[in-house]
Design a protein. Structure first.
Length: 514
């Protein structure tokens, strides 16, 4: 993912470059002191920052300048041109930043600026002295990091039912399962990070109940943890298949790092796999297993994969694309039973399999919130600041249903980047910032060498317009989803800039919505 890190191109900016070569609002890729550098000009100001996104190493020169920031073309992280700070997930670390000198008609990149040390400010009277985060996924980890980045010096406890540290969950069904990404790339942070930042990460610590009046949590092991402010970020769990044989040891689900490790271990000794469910995770698993040369058959009740989300045209392309890679589909049917050698379908077919992967959706883990009396509506109901019906308790990630100004509805979205951004906003609001959550939902999928990015949220749509070509030879298009003529979402294939521009357009629409 970081193959371009040591490849230098463009001018040596230490030796200088003519100011005339840097147009206002443009970016120039070069290098300085052995590192790739992005030189930009905004009005009368010049900035020099690291040229590669700290998330997956994307070239920021292919991204989009928005104000005094640059956005990553791949997964829409955002960095400050002034400081290099990572302002939006999924990037968690800043890029480097250099001093720029203008002399005569030339511009020179000088020494690298020292990164500002994180200051911790005394806990004010109106600031919670102890913050507890329930959940060690995308939202929970982002919230903990943001609290420290904002200078919060109080106690931070992260209670995670998972035995593994917060990890790069999108990678579990993609590079790690396919064998192209190492196990070391999965954890978001090393153990030392949490110690250095004073984050008490308690793994394997499931919670039994929540006492909102006493402001404490009862853990399954009998211990109790008190809080002044609480973030619920319990995430979602896979929907379990309810047929005979569904609990056999060769039947796998994919949600946690442990799930992925077990699936990889089984894939190493498997020849024939059946994937039940043509969801994004099901199709990503199918592609990753094919990368390991495993025979794959996909079973789903849909007549066209992903039709409800992406439309019939895109769904047909995805099916044909998988078929060209050797996948066989059994659509319009479901599994009725599983044994150690095969999967029986409602259609009567019997599919040989020594590996079965179930990907039929997830459900939000809201039982704890419901038992505690929080407002529930197919998720935990929160306001525009991500605060629940109980003051001092916030919710973020897969469980949160919030008022979305773009659609004018309350929505709940199960996407990694959105969960991280909600965790960041919730953290600031626990500190009293009153920051409205208005981020535009974003997700991406990778299947073989095909990638699609989706911006916005169109749970229901009545029109899908394709601009460009989406076929075996040409994968270059933008798909716009509308309801009642209103643009709600955009999907892009090999048009990264179009995806970023759509994001900015949606943000401007939200900003004008009362």
């Amino acid at each position: 993912m970081n193959e371009t890190k040591n490849k230098l191109s463009g001018p040596d900016l230490v030796k200088g470059v003519a100011l005339s070569k840097i147009a206002d609002g443009a970016m120039l890729l070069g290098h300085a002191h052995g590192e790739p550098v992005l030189l930009t000009r905004r009005g009368g100001e010049l900035f020099a920052i690291g040229a590669l996104c700290t998330h997956y190493g994307a070239p920021l020169a292919d991204g989009l300048l928005v104000g005094d920031t640059v956005r990553c073309p791949w997964h829409h992280a955002c960095f400050s041109l002034r400081t290099g700070a990572a302002l939006r997930a999924p990037a968690l670390d800043p890029v480097s930043c250099w001093r720029v000198e203008q002399r005569g008609g030339s511009v020179y990149v000088r020494e690298q600026r020292a990164r500002a040390k994180q200051q911790r400010f005394p806990v004010a009277a109106d600031t919670p002295k102890a913050v507890v985060i329930l959940g060690g996924g995308a939202a929970g980890n982002a919230a903990a990091e943001t609290l420290r980045r904002e200078g919060y010096s109080g106690g931070i406890t992260v209670l995670s039912a998972d035995a593994s540290r917060p990890c790069d969950r999108p990678n579990l069904s993609k590079g790690f399962l396919a064998g192209t990404a190492s196990a070391d790339s999965n954890p978001l942070r090393p153990p030392a990070f949490y110690l250095e930042h004073g984050i008490d990460l308690k793994l394997g610590s499931p919670v039994a109940s929540l006492d909102t009046k006493g402001r404490h949590l009862h853990l399954v092991d009998g211990s109790r943890v008190a809080y002044d402010a609480l973030l619920l970020a319990t995430g979602a769990e896979p929907v379990r298949l309810d047929v005979p044989g569904a609990s056999l040891r060769h039947v796998h689900y994919l949600r946690t790092l442990a799930d992925s490790r077990a699936l990889v271990a089984k894939a190493l000794t498997s020849q024939r796999a059946v994937v039940i469910g043509a969801s994004f995770i099901g199709l990503e698993v199918a592609a990753s297993l094919r990368a390991r040369n495993i025979e794959v058959q996909v079973v789903a009740p849909d007549t066209v994969p992903m039709e409800k989300i992406l439309g019939a045209d895109v769904g047909e392309f995805i099916r044909e694309f998988h078929e060209r890679h050797g996948v066989t589909f059994h659509l319009g049917t479901t599994a009725t039973s599983i044994d150690m050698q095969s999967v029986r379908l409602k259609s009567g077919a019997n599919l040989e399999a020594d590996l079965v992967v179930v990907g039929i959706g997830v459900r939000p883990m809201i039982a704890l919130a419901e038992q505690a009396g929080l407002a529930i509506d197919r998720g935990v109901t929160v306001n525009e600041y991500l605060e629940t019906s109980v003051p001092g308790i916030f919710a973020a990630g897969d469980i949160a249903r919030w008022p979305d100004r773009l659609t004018g509805e309350r929505i709940r979205v199960e996407h990694w980047v959105l969960a991280e951004r909600q965790g960041q906003t919730a953290a600031r609001n626990m500190l009293g910032r009153r920051e409205r959550f208005d981020a535009v939902p974003f997700f991406w999928t990778e299947q073989y060498d095909f990638s699609l990015a989706y911006v916005g949220h169109a749970e229901r749509w009545d029109q899908a317009e394709i601009d460009g070509q989406l076929d075996a030879e040409t994968r270059d298009c933008t798909i716009t989803y509308r309801r009642g003529g209103k643009k709600l979402a955009v999907a892009v294939v090999h048009r990264d800039l179009e995806g970023l521009r759509a994001e900015v357009e949606f943000e401007r629409t939200i900003a004008t919505t009362e």
